[in-house]
Design a protein. Structure first.
Length: 196
């Protein structure tokens, strides 16, 4: 391995997005090995604060952002700088919907999932940012085992995370993007099932 034979005075910088490291991501074993090396330093950068987000927005817009705009961008991006930048460059920020480029970015992993998993994600999206297992099973009409089997691929790629007695989206924009793909008739059917 390269890192075991690094010469003195050589600096290697490796970056990755930790929120995209799903359970079986090929980078996980490499990171575990690197953590064992005494001379490797790992720095984790948190999401941006509101102040940092406002500074990023001012730099991108070339002016100080209006408070209403900043509140909307920060709440939708949850401080994720990549999402903040995409939202700020996307046009009508106060209107509904996501910029197409951001929607495609957010849905890239979702579109690789099996069809039944995508259907369950649509139901979870209509239910809210989080939903209990029993409610999601009732809404989808799937039993416990089939629901678990349908959700496993989404959990494995970190689109969905276990949350309490159920599941939640890793990021609110994932839910928003998935909801944009649910057809109106299906959304009505799922709302009716949720109400029942």
């Amino acid at each position: 391995m390269l890192f075991r034979s690094v010469l003195d005075g050589v600096l290697i910088v490796v970056t990755f997005r930790s929120d995209e490291l799903y359970r079986v991501h090929p980078l996980r074993p490499v990171l575990a090995e690197l953590d064992r090396l005494g001379w490797v330093m790992r720095l984790e950068l948190p999401r941006l604060t509101r102040r940092e987000g406002r500074e990023l927005a001012a730099g991108l817009l070339g002016r100080e952002p209006e408070p209403e705009l900043m509140d909307r961008v920060f709440s939708r991006s949850e401080g994720n700088p990549l999402f903040m930048e995409a939202l700020l460059r996307g046009g009508d920020l106060l209107g509904p919907g996501l910029p197409e480029s951001l929607r495609d970015l957010v849905l890239a992993d979702v579109r690789q999932l099996p069809g039944q998993t995508q259907e369950v994600l649509g139901a979870l999206g209509v239910a809210g940012q989080r939903s209990g297992h029993a409610l999601l099973a009732a809404v989808t009409g799937l039993g416990d085992r089939p629901l678990l089997a349908a959700l496993e691929p989404a959990v494995s790629v970190n689109v969905v995370v276990p949350a309490g007695d159920g599941y939640g989206f890793r990021h609110a924009l994932i839910r928003e993007a998935i909801l944009s793909e649910v057809l109106p008739g299906e959304r009505t059917r799922l709302h009716t099932r949720l109400a029942e």
